[in-house]
Design a protein around this ligand. Structure first.
Ligand SMILES: CC(C)(COP(=O)(O)OP(=O)(O)OC[C@H]1O[C@@H](n2cnc3c(N)ncnc32)[C@H](O)[C@@H]1OP(=O)(O)O)[C@@H](O)C(=O)NCCC(=O)NCCS
Length: 213
């Protein structure tokens, strides 16, 4: 039976207003171990994120993406990015060394939000990945995939419709990662999916998504 719109609203409201921790169904602590990495992944609501960790996450975004933002239509604004990263509903997964807690390897910032669909009457409940950033030394070792899979599990547990994210078209490595490795597809409201080619070309980003099943 289709879920009535008000039930969908109350679901996202409940998750955002009442649920401080969204990972209690996972083993604690969350670990990521392979031949190269021995990591613990900590969960934070933005209000609980220590200042130095917030600064570390911001500096990693700046190092990894400032160039791409500067070349994009909207440009780079430190103030806007800081505001987005400190949004009241922002939640963080932060990967750190199991041996040295000060050795941080990467993070994922997500929020539970409603997004438009191609149907004017229906909003989709999304586990939205605002940012995934892995320190250069820890890339290509499966950590990005592991953290995105954690977000899928969180989305599924909390009955979200899909995991969603925005990616610059210029970010070819990230495109390969999401589409080839993780099986994301252009979301129905992404410029490349819903606009004719000559209009879609004017956008420097796409929206990708994957159903929560
Ligand atoms: C994209 C990113 C999160 C992937 O994390 P990761 O831990 O390196 O990912 P994994 O090890 O799980 O997977 C690596 C895969 O990503 C893809 N990939 C990502 N960046 C790549 C790059 N620069 N060159 C080649 N492949 C890349 C490849 O498909 C690779 O697959 P392979 O392991 O089969 O070769 C990480 O590269 C990163 O932080 N990049 C900089 C920040 C960024 O662009 N974030 C995304 C913003 S939308």
């Amino acid at each position: 039976m289709p879920i009535h719109e008000t039930e969908r609203d109350s679901l996202i409201d409940r998750v955002n207003k009442q649920e401080k921790c969204l990972v209690q169904f996972l083993d604690s602590p969350i670990k990521y171990q392979n031949q190269q990495l021995d990591l613990v992944i900590d969960y934070y609501l933005v209000d609980d994120l220590p200042r130095e960790l917030h600064e570390w996450t911001f500096q990693l975004v700046k190092t990894n993406l400032q160039d791409m933002y500067e070349k994009s239509k909207d440009g780079w604004s430190e103030e806007e990015k800081r505001k987005e990263m400190l949004a009241p509903q922002a939640r963080y997964l932060i990967a750190r060394s199991a041996i040295d807690p000060n050795d941080i390897k990467g993070f994922l910032h997500f929020q539970m939000v409603q997004e438009e669909t191609m149907d004017d009457d229906i909003m989709a409940n999304c586990a939205y990945c605002y940012e995934i950033q892995i320190a250069e030394s820890a890339r290509g070792q499966g950590l990005g995939e592991y953290m995105m899979n954690l977000l899928s599990q969180i989305g599924t547990y909390w009955k979200m419709d899909k995991v969603m994210l925005t990616v610059f078209k210029a970010n070819e490595g990230a495109f390969r990662f999401y589409i080839k490795k993780l099986g994301f597809e252009l979301d129905e409201i992404s410029p490349g999916a819903c606009l004719p080619l000559y209009k879609a070309r004017k956008f420097d980003y796409e929206l990708l998504s994957k159903p929560c099943i």
